[in-house]
Write a protein that binds this ligand. Structure first.
Ligand SMILES: *[C@@H]1O[C@H](CO)[C@@H](O)[C@H](O)[C@H]1NC(C)=O
Ligand SMILES: *[C@@H]1O[C@H](CO)[C@@H](O)[C@H](O)[C@H]1NC(C)=O
Ligand SMILES: *[C@@H]1O[C@H](CO)[C@@H](O)[C@H](O)[C@H]1NC(C)=O
Ligand SMILES: *[C@@H]1O[C@H](CO)[C@@H](O)[C@H](O)[C@H]1NC(C)=O
Length: 395
């Protein structure tokens, strides 16, 4: 009986100790932080200390976040839910977290983002990390709606890197008046349009590295100019150093305080300029390297000319072969033609009343007349003579 009681006491104590921290999680009393890393969780565990300040749940299988997931942990200021396969953020998913400053949702697969997913009374959010969070680029529309409805007036930092974004609607960031740091690195952006960055009055850092910019149009340059003293990173893009790049090249120098990595902007094409810094373009050569893709077009054109030449040569050879095989018929045809001509010329002969051997005289007179009236290149006249030979022979 005594042994059983002892066991019971130990068991009770164990329960008291562990009830506050869920299986697979580490609860640090001193820092009030909780970490649940690769703990095979499929939801936010309910049994976590209510006074938690920092909650990290990483590498688990939590597919949805809804309003009542956080169970009164009202003092969380840092929430990291990375690499959990999260697909859905419900309405007011974080609205219990009245002092949430930093929200990291990197490496998830967000398909559904409720327009009010980021709505938190008092708008405490300062950092929103959504790196590699979106399932595909379609979700960006939902995200931008949620940013607008969330009224994130205190947001200082937004990370949208690695989301395969292709297009950003104009005014996407205008609901974020306090934003200082915006990362759009490692996406598939090809252009900046007028209005892309409108409303970002306080921006200090803009990261556009590792995108698909080939050219930076004058429209884009004007849009970047509007960012005032913000530091813009534009490296690691496949710039096409054609004629159109000249303006960009000059702009980099004139606002080099703005372009933070001016020396890392390298030409990706054409081949002969690969690796050349874009800012060196206008000093390297006063001329212009032709339109974008001009090199490729030239090669295509040359190829088609060569092909055309080959085809024509082949046709010519077949033609010559046919002539050679039918040389007897042709000889006969030329003879007939000659006879016909002779008949006609005889008619002329009667008209001009020429004496002795009318056929030959008439023929030679005619061919001389022909040579005089239109001077032919030497090979052409020799050709004319060779075609005459068979007719002379038959005469
Ligand atoms: C949250 O913090 C406040 C102020 O420090 C404190 O009074 C309150 O008890 C805390 N809430 C919880 C659930 O621990
Ligand atoms: C993104 O995923 C959704 C859901 O699977 C799909 O309907 C949509 O066509 C996808 N969009 C793109 C651009 O692949
Ligand atoms: C870029 O984003 C892709 C996902 O879109 C990710 O797999 C890759 O690691 C990222 N690269 C860098 C350098 O961040
Ligand atoms: C830009 O600056 C670099 C180095 O300061 C210089 O070599 C280059 O010629 C300049 N380019 C233009 C277009 O002024």
């Amino acid at each position: 009986v005594e042994g059983g009681l002892w066991c019971g006491v130990v068991f009770q104590e164990l329960c008291a100790c562990c009830a506050e921290c869920a299986v697979g999680c580490q609860c640090m009393e001193d820092t009030h932080s909780v970490r649940c890393v690769s703990a095979s969780l499929s939801r936010i565990p309910p049994a976590l200390p209510k006074n938690t300040l920092s909650l990290v749940i990483r590498g688990d299988q939590i597919h949805q976040i809804h309003q009542n997931c956080f169970n009164g942990m009202e003092n969380i200021s840092t929430l990291e839910l990375t690499n959990n396969g999260i697909m859905e953020l419900g309405s007011h998913a974080f609205s219990e977290l009245r002092v949430l400053r930093r929200l990291d949702l990197s490496e998830n697969r967000l398909v559904l983002i409720h327009p009010e997913a980021f709505s938190i009374p008092g708008s405490p959010l300062q950092q929103l990390i959504l790196s590699g969070s979106l399932y595909n680029s379609t979700s960006v529309t939902d995200l931008i709606t949620a940013l607008r409805w969330g009224a994130l007036s205190s947001l200082l930092e937004l990370d949208l890197s690695g989301n395969r974004l292709v297009l950003l609607p104009p005014g996407s960031f205008s609901p974020l008046p306090s934003l200082r740091d915006l990362s759009l690195a490692n996406n598939s952006l090809v252009a900046v349009y007028s209005g892309t960055f409108s409303g970002l009055e306080r921006l200090r850092d803009l990261d556009l590295r590792f995108n698909a910019f080939r050219a930076v149009s004058s429209e884009a340059l004007r849009e970047l100019e509007k960012l005032g003293q913000a530091r813009v990173l534009l490296g690691q893009n496949p710039y096409s150093c054609s004629c159109e790049a000249q303006e960009f090249s000059r702009w980099i120098n004139s606002s080099s305080s703005q372009v933070g990595d001016a020396d890392k902007l390298l030409c990706g094409s054409p081949d002969e300029l690969q690796g050349v810094p874009v800012r060196m373009l206008s000093s390297r050569s006063p001329g212009c390297y032709g339109k974008a893709n001009a090199g490729e077009a030239d090669v295509t054109l040359q190829t088609s000319y060569v092909f055309l030449g080959l085809v024509l040569g082949f046709v010519g050879m077949i033609f010559l072969l046919v002539i050679y095989l039918n040389r007897r018929d042709i000889e006969k045809w030329v003879t007939d033609l000659h006879a016909a001509c002779r008949d006609v010329l005889e008619g002329y002969h009667y008209r001009y009343e020429l004496d002795s051997d009318p056929r030959l005289r008439n023929l030679s007179a005619n061919s001389q007349h022909h040579l005089r009236s239109e001077p032919l290149p030497p090979h052409a006249s020799s050709d004319a003579r060779t075609t005459q030979i068979p007719s002379d022979v038959t005469l």
